[in-house]
Design a protein around this ligand. Structure first.
Ligand SMILES: *[C@@H]1O[C@H](CO)[C@@H](O)[C@H](O)[C@H]1NC(C)=O
Ligand SMILES: *[C@@H]1O[C@H](CO)[C@@H](O)[C@H](O)[C@H]1NC(C)=O
Ligand SMILES: CC(=O)N[C@H]1CO[C@H](CO)[C@@H](O)[C@@H]1O
Length: 381
């Protein structure tokens, strides 16, 4: 440009035409430059990538809906929040995001990510929030959590996970909130959650869990909220909730529970825990009524939706609120018990009376024989 200007300044008649041509060139060049520059949003000084909006003063880089099918390469290094949601990403290779190592928040929801390679986030030692919801992730391998020691919030809702393994959350020492809502999780290995000693919320709603085995929540000492609603849970181990000494809310609504044992909830050694149980097909018999009666008497447990519990069985009680029928259930049961008791007592009494009569008859018989045989002994009879 300086050469151009120099030449333009040499103003002599013969050069007039040349000058005009040069101006034209200059204008063209400027046009091209501004078009080029337009693709780099210069809103706050730093370079930004096409399709992104960089707000350097906030350290935000927003590339949401930018049509990316690969990770953009040169992102502004000071970025602390990177929003790549609503794109077409499919794969996260190892050591992704190497240009933005100061990230604290990484939003990747609503892409088509199916493969997260080992160590994909391993450079993000400051990352606190990772949103991977609404993707196609079907497995979490051991290397998934490498380097994520600062992560507090992991959002994996609406993916395709079917099982959780011992190594799924290995390195997440600081994790406080884990959202696994709306996957297809049907099995959880016993020690899957054990690295998560800081976890406070575990959202497992809308999955396909058929039961809860003992030990699956061991080590979750800080857990305050456990959302298990809308699964297929039929059975829970008596000891499964025992390790959850901070639990304040246990949501088991809309499962397949037909009955539950008193011990299962009594083993919760907490200060106070609210339990939600509606939408289960309860078998309304006297045993269940007794369990609930005992649960009501435990001061630290609150059955918040007890009024909404309804019977699934027997057929004639289907849909009836449990709270309304349970007294009748036990009245019927009490009558049955009474009838049985009366029957048993009558039988026993009858037997005793019969036995007594028999004994007397025998004695009398013996008396007469004794009288006949030895009259001396009659003093002792
Ligand atoms: C968990 O994810 C689901 C689905 O995206 C969402 O509705 C819910 O609000 C999330 N829960 C929390 C506590 O973030
Ligand atoms: C009970 O069910 C009603 C109607 O579905 C609902 O409005 C209410 O919030 C429920 N109560 C509890 C404690 O869940
Ligand atoms: C998987 C998924 O939820 N995709 C959605 C991403 O967002 C667009 C609109 O922003 C939706 O149309 C997709 O269904």
């Amino acid at each position: 440009m300086s050469v151009l200007q120099l030449e333009i300044r040499t103003d002599c008649g013969a050069m007039r035409q040349v000058r005009q041509v040069l101006w034209l060139l200059l204008l063209l060049a400027r046009g091209a430059w501004s078009r080029y520059a337009g693709s780099w949003s210069t809103s706050a000084g730093g370079d930004c990538v096409v399709g992104c909006d960089c707000r350097a003063e906030l350290k935000f880089t927003v590339c949401s809906g930018g049509g990316f099918s690969h990770l953009p390469l040169a992102l502004p290094a000071p970025t602390e929040l990177l929003d790549l949601s609503h794109n077409r990403l499919t794969l996260l290779p190892p050591r992704s995001f190497s240009s933005v190592r100061r990230l604290r928040v990484l939003l990747l929801s609503n892409n088509s990510i199916s493969v997260v390679q080992d160590g994909a986030f391993s450079l993000l030692e400051f990352l606190q929030r990772l949103d991977l919801s609404r993707n196609h992730i079907s497995t979490l391998r051991g290397g998934f959590s490498l380097g994520l020691a600062s992560l507090r919030d992991l959002h994996l809702a609406h993916n395709l996970l079917t099982s959780l393994h011992t190594s799924s959350f290995l390195h997440l020492d600081s994790l406080q909130r884990l959202n696994l809502t709306a996957n297809a999780i049907a099995s959880i290995q016993t020690r899957s959650f054990s690295p998560l000693g800081s976890l406070r919320q575990l959202h497992l709603a809308h999955n396909r869990l058929p039961s809860l085995a003992g030990g699956v929540f061991s080590m979750l000492r800080s857990l305050e909220l456990l959302g298990l609603q809308d699964n297929l849970i039929q059975h829970t181990d008596d000891s499964v909730f025992k390790p959850l000494t901070s639990l304040a809310l246990l949501d088991l609504a809309h499962n397949r529970l037909r009955t539950v044992s008193f011990k299962t909830f009594l083993s919760l050694h907490t200060y106070s825990t609210h339990i939600l149980l509606e939408g289960n097909p309860w078998v309304c018999d006297c045993d269940l009524q007794r369990v609930f009666h005992k649960l009501h008497s435990v001061q630290r447990l609150f059955l918040d939706d007890y009024a909404n519990l309804s019977c699934g069985e027997p057929a004639e009680l289907r849909g009836h609120p449990l709270g309304e029928v349970d007294d009748e259930l036990c009245v019927a049961e009490t009558v049955t018990v009474l009838i049985i008791t009366v029957t048993v007592v009558t039988t026993v009494l009858a037997a005793m009376v019969m036995a007594e009569r028999k004994r007397k008859r025998k004695k009398r018989g013996r008396h007469w024989t004794q009288q006949g045989e030895a009259s001396d002994e009659s003093d002792y009879s």
